[in-house]
Design a protein around this ligand. Structure first.
Ligand SMILES: Nc1nc2c(ncn2[C@@H]2O[C@H](COP(=O)(O)OP(=O)(O)OP(=O)(O)O)[C@@H](O)[C@H]2O)c(=O)[nH]1
Ligand SMILES: [Mg+2]
Length: 215
């Protein structure tokens, strides 16, 4: 089986309804500085977003397991947490921003850690920015978008917790965020009900991972 047929081949030969992204998920390590990042043997996808946006919950939803810590109190994830998805790629659960009791020093450290990762990580294939669908696109989201643009990294936006809204609200909020973010890859999802999660997995794999595997 060539690497080109990895996804379909996986489905065909395993006989399982199993996406590559739902392959074995393994926590690798946490890091702040580049010297502590894992090696660069596979493409990485970064999960970013405000504290409490649902990053760790989304990671658990696509892993089909509780691999990432879901906050009881917001702001608990403070490091870059690296998880291998099968043998071919990796997901990085990043700490959230906007947690009210953070000090100025902590905000500077967060910004440095995220900017360094996004602008220097050669294997970063895409950033997934998560936000509660009921919130507005803010200065922090715009800053992350700028980091990715500067580095030529594609960005997709996940609008989380749609189980808390009516369909009409989902459409209205999503349209507003599409407009203010000026991004096209915007996906409403719920990690609780898993609505929309499959579509995101497919998008990430098709748009960002597959190409990297072929080269
Ligand atoms: N109803 C609902 N709740 C959700 C959903 N996703 C996450 N949550 C809840 O939102 C809270 C925060 O979720 P986390 O996944 O820990 O958020 P996070 O972005 O990782 O937060 P930090 O690690 O603090 O940056 C938890 O109480 C989750 O159970 C969702 O799709 N629907
Ligand atoms: Mg988290």
């Amino acid at each position: 089986m060539s690497i080109l047929t990895l996804k379909s081949g996986h489905l065909l030969f395993s006989g399982l309804i199993d996406k590559p992204m739902s392959a074995q998920v393994k926590y690798i390590r946490s890091a702040v500085l580049p010297k502590d990042y894992p090696n660069t043997d596979r493409p990485e996808i970064a999960l970013a977003g405000r504290s409490n946006a649902g990053k760790s919950s989304f990671l658990n939803a696509i892993a089909n397991a509780k691999v990432a810590h879901v906050s009881q109190a917001p702001g608990k994830t403070r490091l870059l947490n690296f998880f291998d998805f099968g043998k071919h790629y990796r997901i990085v659960d990043m700490p959230g921003y906007g947690y009210a009791s953070r000090s100025g020093d902590e905000i500077v450290q967060w910004t440095e850690m995220v900017e360094t990762y996004v602008t220097t990580r050669e294997t970063l294939a895409g950033m997934v920015l998560l936000m509660d669908i009921r919130r507005k696109w803010s200065a922090e989201e715009e800053m992350l978008k700028k980091f990715t643009e500067t580095s030529g990294i594609p960005m997709a936006v996940l609008l989380t917790k749609i189980d808390k809204c009516t369909k009409a609200e989902v459409n209205k909020f999503a349209a507003g965020i599409r407009k203010s973010s000026a991004l096209t890859n915007v996906f409403p999802i719920s990690s609780t009900t898993k609505v929309g999660v499959d579509a995101v997995e497919d998008f990430i794999y098709e748009a960002w991972i597959k190409e990297g595997l072929q080269s």
